[in-house]
Design a protein around this ligand. Structure first.
Ligand code: WTA
Length: 570
């Protein structure tokens, strides 16, 4: 930001669009943002936050969140943003894993018609977080809150007392910029660590090149800052490039399904970046919500987070892009920090459902299950990256071995992404989805093990197995197979208790779409659950289970198929 002050201090850095369309948007210039960041940096310092300390942010999509992120960066503190839809338990786990000293939150958050009381969730979480010294609260909803003297402090009071000047702390390029927790195949979510220089180089380089950003463009990424897309492409990429970035507090359905397009027209958005799940949800509501809007400012469209289906791609291209805006389908991950395989808007030939070609410098390869690289065209395999790139994951917080194990041991010498991928006759890449035990629900990564752990907390649950199944809007839904200790329970009651448990341990986004009570699970003799079979059953394919001879009890498969009528949907 200091860099942009010289040339663009009056330029709008951030346009903030509130949840309620009748509330005034905010236009914050680079100068003003810089001033707020300096003030808040001084607040952090006055509370004893030093270089290397971890700060947890559990906040709504309000400008203070951007200020807090950048203030941590300014003083060399490590931010750990936790998506404000996660439960108290999930928040507590993340705070404790990286021993955060401070938490920044708001009284509450507006999400469409709903008001979430974030402060009470924080209160519940931090009872068990010995490392937390203070909680800073922004007043947004004016909900009634409990303020603990000395521990809890008000954002506005601290900012009023603070001053406008704060030097940026000098950092080594390889020091840590932030931690962001993400789900994997096993265990609890891990803290992906990104470095100062590499991450920022990756975020800015990919932002400018993939979107072909031009000075003066208004850019809007709809992601929440609680996810990597929000980090890299709401905050870091655009602000490093001196762009104007739109930040939206609300949801696409409020006050109606035309909200995105209303915002595009209102702020004359030139570059628009969203998730396929949002496109499918809006497409399902029909064109009546699109036609009232001109959408003539749009130049480039983007998608991220999950594979986009051909139908959604065509709808986006025809009705939003009016057949003139290139769509950049960008493949990347929390661990990659920035985009890896994506077209360069207006330069790379497009092919619907394909992320097309790697960015210059990125070298993907496909490998078979034995680890051999698959050469040539018209092939499919597990997606790996051969060489390092600037914004790659540096470690998993507090456990470097886990990082080596998860990403670098499946195929020695290569980074393994966890995704399956095709390479077509033109050498274009198409991501087919996760090949591990991660489910992608509406573009959000959820580990099957985490959901199973939550379900197994129910005292009548003996065992459970969770898989993904195709869902027309969300991309994938969560399907849980559950064994109960007795059969005489009321299944609906148990289902709602299971849903509550998942909500409590992870958050509402991880609640199973479908729960099927079964008497057994398909296991090998060594006790490993064969999820391949469960995934087939969950997606309605009840024939051709392949080789079931390794199963301890092959009959169990027929029993599960026969009891599908006992499945309860959300
Ligand atoms: C999936 C989100 C297909 C993929 C940036 C990846 C995609 C996971 C695409 C990472 C895309 C992301 N096409 N699949 N364009 N982009 N994915 O860490 O499975 O939340 O491994 O990062 O999302 O999710 P994460």
């Amino acid at each position: 930001m200091d860099r942009h002050l010289k040339t663009s201090s009056e330029k709008t850095a951030l346009i903030w669009e509130p949840n309620n369309p009748n509330e005034e948007p905010k236009h914050i210039s680079y100068k003003e943002l810089h001033r707020n960041v300096c003030r808040f940096s001084n607040v952090l310092k006055s509370l004893g936050v030093k270089k290397g300390d971890r700060v947890c942010l559990y906040m709504p999509m309000i400008p203070e969140l951007t200020v807090a992120v950048l203030s941590c960066a300014r003083i060399g503190a490590i931010h750990s943003v936790v998506f404000a839809g996660f439960s108290a338990q999930a928040l507590q786990d993340r705070i404790n894993d990286s021993e955060c000293k401070l938490i920044i939150t708001a009284d509450g958050s507006f999400r469409g018609e709903k008001v979430l009381n974030l402060k009470s969730i924080v209160d519940e979480a931090i009872q068990y977080c010995g490392s937390i010294e203070h909680c800073i609260m922004v007043e947004r909803t004016k909900a009634e809150v409990n303020l603990v003297p000395d521990r809890d402090l008000l954002w506005c009071e601290l900012m009023n007392e603070s001053n406008d000047y704060c030097d940026a702390t000098e950092m080594e390029s390889e020091e840590t910029l932030f931690i962001l927790y993400t789900s994997g195949s096993t265990g609890k979510p891990k803290g992906v660590v990104h470095s100062i220089a590499g991450y920022m180089v990756g975020a800015e380089y990919s932002f400018r090149n993939v979107f072909q950003y031009q000075e003066g463009d208004v850019y809007w990424c709809t992601a929440d800052i609680g996810w990597i897309t929000g980090h890299s492409y709401v905050i870091y990429g655009p602000l490093l490039s001196g762009a104007t970035t739109v930040m939206f507090e609300g949801v696409p359905s409020h006050p109606d399904y035309g909200r995105f397009w209303e915002i595009v027209d209102k702020h004359k958005v030139n570059i628009f970046y969203t998730a396929p799940t949002a496109i499918r949800a809006l497409e399902a509501q029909g064109l009546d919500f699109v036609t009232p809007y001109k959408l003539d400012s749009l130049k480039v469209l983007g998608t991220v987070g999950e594979p986009i289906n051909e139908e959604a791609w065509q709808w986006y291209h025809t009705h939003i892009g009016k057949e003139k805006c290139p769509i950049v389908d960008t493949w990347w991950q929390t661990e990659t920090g920035g985009m890896m395989i994506a077209p360069l808007a207006g330069i790379t030939k497009l092919k619907p459902t394909y992320a097309t070609l790697p960015l210059p410098g990125v070298q993907p390869c496909l490998v078979d299950d034995k680890g051999n690289e698959i050469q040539g065209l018209n092939v499919e395999g597990n997606l790996c990256i051969k060489y390092p790139w600037p914004s790659m994951i540096r470690t998993t917080y507090g456990d470097h071995n886990r990082c080596k194990e998860v990403y670098f041991s499946a195929y020695p010498g290569k980074y393994f992404t966890g995704d399956g991928c095709k390479r077509d006759a033109d050498g274009f890449y198409r991501i087919t989805g996760r090949v591990d035990d991660v489910i992608n629900v509406s573009g959000h990564r959820i580990g099957t093990a985490e959901v199973e752990d939550a379900i197994n907390q129910h005292q009548e649950v003996v065992e459970s197995a969770v898989v993904g199944f195709p869902h027309s809007i969300k991309g994938q839904g969560i399907y849980a197979f559950v064994i109960l200790s007795k059969i005489e329970f009321n299944p609906n009651e148990i289902c709602s208790q299971i849903n509550e448990l998942v909500k409590k341990h992870i958050g509402p986004i991880a609640r199973p779409e479908k729960i099927q009570f079964v008497s057994g699970l398909p296991k090998t003799r060594s006790g490993k659950i064969i999820r391949r079979i469960l995934r087939k059953i969950a997606s309605g394919e009840i024939n051709n289970f392949g080789d079931t001879s390794t199963l301890l009890d092959p009959e169990v498969v027929d029993l599960i198929v026969d009891s599908r009528n006992l499945t309860i949907s959300k």
